[in-house]
Ligand binder design. Structure first.
Ligand SMILES: [Zn+2]
Length: 89
């Protein structure tokens, strides 16, 4: 049973890695802690196009665009807290 589970997990992980670039929009809700960009306040993955993900303290935070990544990196603690506050709503 454990072996089967491992096989399924490995299969899932490898297919997820392969699909990483093409299916980001469908993965938004399951991977990132937030759905609204903490920098701009816009909904992630909406009109702005593909979301951009950043890792902060083991969490995945979704940002609406590359410009927001620059802003995020200037003050990651602040924006990460904002994203988590939004996620907790
Ligand atoms: Zn943005």
């Amino acid at each position: 049973m454990k072996l089967l589970l491992l096989a399924i997990t490995t299969c899932f992980l490898s297919s997820a890695a392969l699909a990483d670039d093409s299916s980001k929009s469908s993965a938004t809700d399951s991977h990132a802690v937030n759905t609204v960009c903490p920098v701009s306040g816009d909904k992630v993955g909406g009109d702005m196009g593909k979301p951009v993900y950043v890792q902060y303290q083991g969490k995945t935070i979704a940002l609406c665009c590359k410009d927001c990544v620059k802003q995020f990196k200037k003050d990651p603690a602040k924006f990460a807290a904002k994203a988590e506050a939004e996620a907790a709503k």
